[in-house]
Design a protein around this ligand. Structure first.
Ligand SMILES: Cc1cc2nc3c(=O)[nH]c(=O)nc-3n(C[C@H](O)[C@H](O)[C@H](O)COP(=O)(O)OP(=O)(O)OC[C@H]3O[C@@H](n4cnc5c(N)ncnc54)[C@H](O)[C@@H]3O)c2cc1C
Length: 380
């Protein structure tokens, strides 16, 4: 009988990567694609989108928001990064259209809102974002929506097909042997000066030069980064079917609630926003509240098809959390995309790639260095 070295046979072969990424939401997906395109070897570990915010989001990009019609932080730069990045992800399959231009129609409910909007239209920095309403059928709008005192048309909005982006990148990671669908367990990681060592569920050891955490709101459980001031917010949304006579699917309409076309006669309706919640799942209270808000917004019947819930990785100062761990230089975080993952992620990926591959400095607004004092406090 030939002797077999069972020990060597069963011993798992070490996997060597440049970077381990944890979390395949919109943040981790776009970053993984950029790293692969730059020739880096990555391993994405994702717990099958368990409680991912990206899979419930509408994917809308609105450059002017809030009661005071505030221009979104870096609105122009975000758009400049989004359009080519989503186009190139689309090219990974059959030219999937992942970003669509979509203007926003916002209902003005009273004279004050009307005046505030018109005051904004005169501001230099808002030029390019103010629509002239030429293509809006105002009579039909007033018939289909309730409480219309006036309408503001906001240009340069858009819609990202978030689920498709995630699916395309997931398939690509899988094909290139760069994906493990399992929960990342922090206690299975060890760090030395140069390497990250991690053991997968099947006992395969991995060694990487760095690890980038992109866990969305679940980063609050990350022992290395939980000192950061996440202020996560839960959002629930509905998917409804609207009758074919609905005329405004080519716009995102905001009438207290957002109505955003998905496909065919299906529309995303949302969302709630709550900083205090006891469950991450759907709730009956939110469902009732969303139905009421939609009934107050439109003059059309609707049928509920789906109810979604997710938790946004919002931050106390409403800015992303990006950078390097204060003590372990090969640990990174790419997070804090809050309510705007669809539009922030491409810009931040470009900035982060320059940071890790070219040593370019991060902007003070997004760099986690701004919270160094919290780390020292947590450590002592
Ligand atoms: C109701 C609602 C509506 C929204 N609408 C919009 C919108 O219209 N436009 C917009 O731009 N943004 C919107 N957002 C915000 C948007 O969803 C987020 O900004 C964005 O999705 C955050 O992406 P992320 O990749 O950081 O996190 P996530 O999408 O949460 O991804 C994190 C991933 O990490 C995985 N993970 C976490 N921990 C572990 C672990 N230990 N092991 C393995 N895997 C792990 C998770 O399963 C998940 O797949 C909305 C959010 C909600 C809740």
């Amino acid at each position: 009988l030939q002797r077999t070295n069972y020990g060597a046979y069963f011993k798992k072969i070490k996997m060597e990567k440049d970077y381990i990424l944890v979390g395949q939401g919109i943040a981790g997906s776009l970053l993984a694609a950029a790293l692969l395109a730059a020739g880096k070897k990555v391993l994405m570990i994702d717990n099958a989108h368990s409680e991912s915010s990206s899979v419930v989001a509408a994917g809308d990009m609105n450059p002017i928001t809030g009661q005071r019609f505030v221009k979104t932080w870096k609105a122009e730069a975000l758009r400049d990064a989004m359009i080519p990045m989503y186009a190139s992800i689309g090219e990974m399959t059959d030219d999937a259209l992942l970003f669509r231009e979509r203007n926003v129609l916002r209902v003005l409910h009273n004279a004050k809102e009307h005046n505030d909007w018109h005051a904004r239209t005169a501001w230099e920095a808002w030029q390019g974002f103010i629509g002239d309403m030429k293509t809006v059928d105002k009579t039909a709008f007033e018939a289909q929506f309730k409480g219309v005192f006036g309408i503001a048309e906001i240009l340069q909005g858009g819609k990202v097909d978030m689920q498709n982006v995630l699916n395309i990148i997931k398939a690509f990671l899988d094909k290139s042997d760069s994906l493990k669908l399992e929960k990342f367990e922090y206690e299975n990681m060890s760090i030395d000066n140069k390497h990250i060592n991690y053991t997968l569920y099947d006992k395969t050891p991995i060694s990487a030069n760095g690890i980038i955490f992109c866990e969305g709101w679940q980063a609050i459980h990350n022992p290395y980064f939980n000192y950061l001031p996440f202020q996560v917010s839960k959002g629930e949304a509905l998917v409804v079917r609207l009758p074919k006579i609905y005329k405004f699917g080519h716009f995102t309409v905001k009438n207290d609630i957002t109505i955003s076309h998905l496909n065919d006669d299906l529309y995303w309706i949302g969302a709630t926003n709550s900083f205090e919640f006891v469950t991450s799942k759907n709730t009956e209270d939110a469902r009732i509240a969303l139905i009421k808000r939609l009934e107050n917004a439109i003059n059309l019947p609707f049928e509920i098809v789906e109810h979604r819930a997710g938790i946004r990785p919002t931050v106390k100062d409403r800015r992303p959390l990006v950078g390097q761990h204060p003590q372990h230089k090969n640990l990174y975080i790419f997070n804090g995309l809050g309510t705007k993952g669809a539009s922030l992620a491409p810009y931040l990926v470009n900035v982060f790639m320059d940071f890790i591959l070219k040593n370019a400095p991060l902007e003070a607004d997004i760099d986690i260095v701004r919270y160094a004092d919290l780390w020292y406090k947590a450590k002592n």
